[in-house]
Design a binder for this molecule. Structure first.
Ligand SMILES: [Zn+2]
Length: 193
């Protein structure tokens, strides 16, 4: 997709900054692309309280991934929740994986409006989902993701959320499901422990 396809969307500086923290081993790569795609001007830093246009940020991520590789993107995904403070209702692997979709919406705006309303629980549509389907009879959660972020970044993020409450949890891409990297509309991750 092109940057124009995301023209009405923004990402929070907090979310953008949390991903950038994962690039701390590649400071030059990060800075070069942030400037190239106009996220920051020379000598500027990311304002964690600000909002940034989503299209250029996705283009920045794609470019950075070309330089650092998919494995690093997975590790960066895993690092995203490291410094997050979780609300008290997130207390186990189920609530943790389920919370990813809400956190995603809290950190994105559509036409200037945050995509999750904590008062009503309303979720604004338009940027895909981080799915949550717990299995009935086994310790497994399926998450179908159809948002615009890179496959490995999403898998790392879900893996980190799962492992925070179940250290033995594994998060694998369903090899038989489509993958956004290969032109699919979604990726399917299987969390099991
Ligand atoms: Zn995928």
């Amino acid at each position: 997709m092109t940057a124009e396809a995301f023209a009405e969307y923004e990402v929070s500086g907090e979310s953008l900054g949390a991903i950038l923290d994962g690039f701390k081993n590649y400071p030059t790569v990060a800075l070069n692309y942030l400037q190239k795609f106009g996220i920051v001007k020379k000598d500027q830093v990311v304002d964690r309280k600000g909002w940034y246009p989503l299209g250029p940020w996705l283009a920045t991520l794609e470019a950075m991934m070309t330089d650092v590789g998919a494995n690093s993107m997975y590790k960066i995904g895993r690092s995203i929740p490291e410094n997050s403070i979780f609300p008290p209702h997130i207390k186990d692997i189920y609530s943790a994986v389920a919370s990813v979709d809400v956190a995603y919406r809290v950190n994105h705006r559509k036409n200037g409006v945050v995509m999750f309303d904590p008062l009503t629980g309303h979720k604004t549509e338009g940027l895909g989902h981080y799915g949550y389907e717990p299995a009935n009879d086994t310790t497994q959660i399926i998450s179908v993701c159809d948002g615009p972020y890179p496959c490995e970044l999403d898998r790392g993020l879900i893996a980190a959320m799962a492992a925070r409450f179940e250290p033995s949890a594994k998060t694998q891409h369903d090899p038989d499901a489509p993958c956004r990297k290969k032109g699919g509309k979604s990726c399917t991750y299987v969390v099991f422990w």
